[in-house]
Design a protein around this ligand. Structure first.
Ligand code: SF4
Length: 423
């Protein structure tokens, strides 16, 4: 390993370790819920985005940490009814959403309910953009037409890998690389942005197999791909270790270097540390684009004016709370000023650039004064440079990726805890 590689890997370990510790504190949540704090203010009424969680899948991938249940039509239909009621509770509190993000689970699991729900949102709000995740199994000419009719701008398709052996070892034996490629090409050009999601550093996945995924993606000349490092919750990690005997995470940077070499140094620009796009495309992470977001649905999270909160993960409890006319929020955290500033720094660096003017507008203080130590660290090692904006350099991308991975891994730990404890 060259000196530079060694240094960047160690910087990433250090920055990731700091984020892991901070993430644990950040996610130390209270049962004292302050739902009266969830209200629109002149600042956030139209500014917050809306995340909608649809927690049903046709099969459950063993590595997945999201709140998801095996699809049952009756449960899914009544869930969509509850979702409308939850959105109405936010409308009553003064929120005016214009940007929607559907995640899951599989949001396209019941296309008629999805279409009706989007129509309901459009009746109630002036919707400008809609991003939606699904898997390639759901894609066909009919669903593409329905999604276009519904006004989806950005379609994100969870491929994970084109390699059939890897798909099988991920518990996705239904997925073949050939079918995934065909479905991506079917969707390409039909929406403002089509994104393909991949995983890297999955147990058993070789650098060669991952490189083949990246090259195949390039060959297809698709708009955008997002590459997620493996970031399992503690129990998912133990399950992977039992299944694969040994989970080697020491090569993560080698996987990441393939992205830098093949995409970043090529025709693609980094929209985030994990998302590579050609031209101006919508990106995958509403947490970067929007400082405030509301989450609806079982197992979603929200972030409003420095308050982080979590909805119940249980379908039954979710339906019950909604029927009682209450927000289904079950955990809460008021972030300290310092935590808010650091969270802001993390999300903006993950999005590749931070605007000090916007920081000052949000926190009423100069970033160089409030996060001087953190910025000095990043600058000293050439991980960021400042030219009006604070931009992540090529060298800084892997450390930033590690930081975000640790934060999401901590969030996955929280999800796991909530699911296992019926919260
Ligand atoms: S990876 Fe996607 S399809 Fe698989 S269980 Fe998770 S949400 Fe469902």
């Amino acid at each position: 390993m060259s000196n530079n590689n060694w240094l960047v890997k160690n910087l990433a370990d250090f920055a990731g370790g700091m984020t892991r510790r901070g993430g644990r504190e950040f996610l130390h949540l209270s049962e004292e819920i302050e739902t009266d704090q969830i209200k629109a203010t002149p600042e956030n009424a139209g500014r917050a985005s809306l995340y909608i969680h649809i927690p049903f899948c046709r099969t459950l991938c063993p590595f997945c940490c999201f709140n998801r249940y095996l699809f049952a039509e009756d449960k899914a239909r009544s869930y969509f009814k509850s979702l409308k009621k939850e959105v109405a509770l936010y409308k009553d509190r003064g929120f005016r959403f214009s940007s929607l993000y559907f995640g899951g689970g599989t949001p396209t699991i019941l296309m008629d309910e999805l279409g009706e729900f989007i129509a309901y949102l459009k009746e109630n709000f002036a919707i400008k953009e809609i991003s939606l995740e699904t898997t390639h199994r759901e894609i066909n000419h009919r669903t593409i037409e329905q999604l276009k009719q519904a006004g989806i701008n950005r379609l994100s398709i969870g491929v994970q890998s084109f390699d059939d052996a890897i798909s099988k070892s991920m518990g996705r034996a239904w997925s073949t690389g050939q079918e995934a490629g065909e479905k991506l090409l079917m969707a390409e050009g039909q929406f403002d942005t089509v994104n393909a999601d991949f995983i890297f550093n999955f147990p058993g996945q070789t650098l060669k197999q991952f490189e083949a995924d990246v090259l195949a993606f390039k060959e297809m000349k698709l708009d955008q791909a997002t590459f997620y490092p493996l970031m399992p919750s503690p129990h998912k990690m133990s399950a992977l270790e039992r299944r694969f005997k040994f989970v080697d995470t020491s090569h993560e940077k080698d996987f990441y270097d393939i992205l830098l070499r093949e995409l970043y140094d090529g025709d693609y620009r980094a929209s985030t540390a994990w998302c590579f796009s050609r031209g101006e495309r919508m990106i995958d992470e509403y947490v970067i684009e929007f400082d405030d977001y509301v989450g609806v649905g079982a197992g979603s999270v929200g972030f409003l004016e420095g308050n982080f909160y979590v909805n119940t993960f249980s379908l039954e409890r979710y339906a019950r709370l909604i029927d009682e006319g209450r927000l289904p929020v079950v955990r809460w955290k008021k972030l300290s000023e310092r935590e808010s500033r650091r969270y802001y720094l993390l999300t903006k660096l993950f999005g590749m650039a931070l605007d000090p003017t916007q920081f000052e507008r949000r926190f009423g203080a100069d970033i160089h004064r409030k996060l001087g130590l953190e910025l000095a660290f990043f600058k000293m090692f050439g991980l960021v440079q400042e030219d009006g904006l604070i931009r992540v350099t090529r060298r800084g991308m892997y450390p930033v990726s590690s930081m975000m991975k640790e934060f999401f891994a901590a969030l996955n730990g929280l999800r796991e805890y909530c699911i296992e404890h019926g919260i």
